[in-house]
Ligand binder design. Structure first.
Ligand SMILES: C[S@@+](CC[C@H](N)C(=O)[O-])C[C@H]1O[C@@H](n2cnc3c(N)ncnc32)[C@H](O)[C@@H]1O
Length: 205
């Protein structure tokens, strides 16, 4: 299966495999029957491109939450640091300019609401029911738990929770996303729909 996206997704820096992105596209389209979609962790807009393209198709809206200061692994000296995204003026990471440029190039601005804030701050006054929450923010246990606790409760019955970077074998990657995935299943509020690569897709029962 190959989707027709408004711009070449390979031109966008990011951390999502094409088959995972395509799964997100279909989820966002389906989830619109239940409510808006929200992602935690947009970075330069790769996952946003898939999700928002589906939102455009069904005239839904994607809330894209990211403080754009990078996760632990994006900081100077860390494995995934990208000097092109470093703002020398304030000595901080800043992926927002690139994110905005990409969403504009894709002509998706009408379907994306950027929420430039830490996930926990954005969630503090949140009151809107959601049809899909995609979690791909910070990968420390504290960050992943905060994202799960902040956002999963806003998913309406029938809606989806998608979690990226699930590695059941610790040799393959960090365990925090897998930990919140297990927590969601153990809560009995979510059931497993499918795994697509490292993307776990759960449905709110
Ligand atoms: C792995 S990247 C997201 C990749 C993106 N989904 C893609 O498709 O390329 C993680 C992002 O989460 C953001 N992030 C990390 N912790 C956060 C937090 N507590 N609140 C908001 N954003 C956060 C970082 O700024 C970074 O852009």
């Amino acid at each position: 299966m190959s989707l027709k996206l408004p711009i070449d997704v390979h031109a966008i820096k990011g951390f999502l495999a094409a088959h995972e992105g395509e799964a997100l596209y279909h989820l966002a389209a389906e989830a619109s029957a239940f409510g808006s979609s929200l992602e935690v962790g947009s970075y330069c807009g790769k996952s946003t491109l898939y999700l928002a393209s589906a939102c455009k198709l069904v005239d839904s809206v994607l809330f894209a939450v990211d403080h754009h200061r990078g996760s632990e692994e994006h900081q100077p000296g860390e494995e995934y640091h990208d000097p092109e995204l470093f703002d020398e003026g304030v000595q901080l990471m800043d992926s927002f300019r690139t994110f905005r440029r990409n969403i504009r190039a894709a002509q998706l601005e009408e379907w994306v609401v950027p929420v430039v804030a830490p996930s926990a701050v954005a969630a503090r006054c949140w009151n809107t029911p959601l049809g899909l929450v995609f979690i791909d923010g910070g990968h420390s246990l504290e960050a992943a738990m905060t994202d799960y606790r902040s956002w999963a409760r806003h998913i309406v019955p029938g809606g989806y929770l998608a979690i990226h970077d699930i590695f059941p074998d610790p040799a393959d990657g960090g365990q925090a996303p897998y930990d919140i995935y297990k927590l969601a299943l153990a809560s009995a509020q979510f059931e497993l729909v499918e795994m697509v690569g490292t993307l776990g897709v759960l449905r709110r029962v």
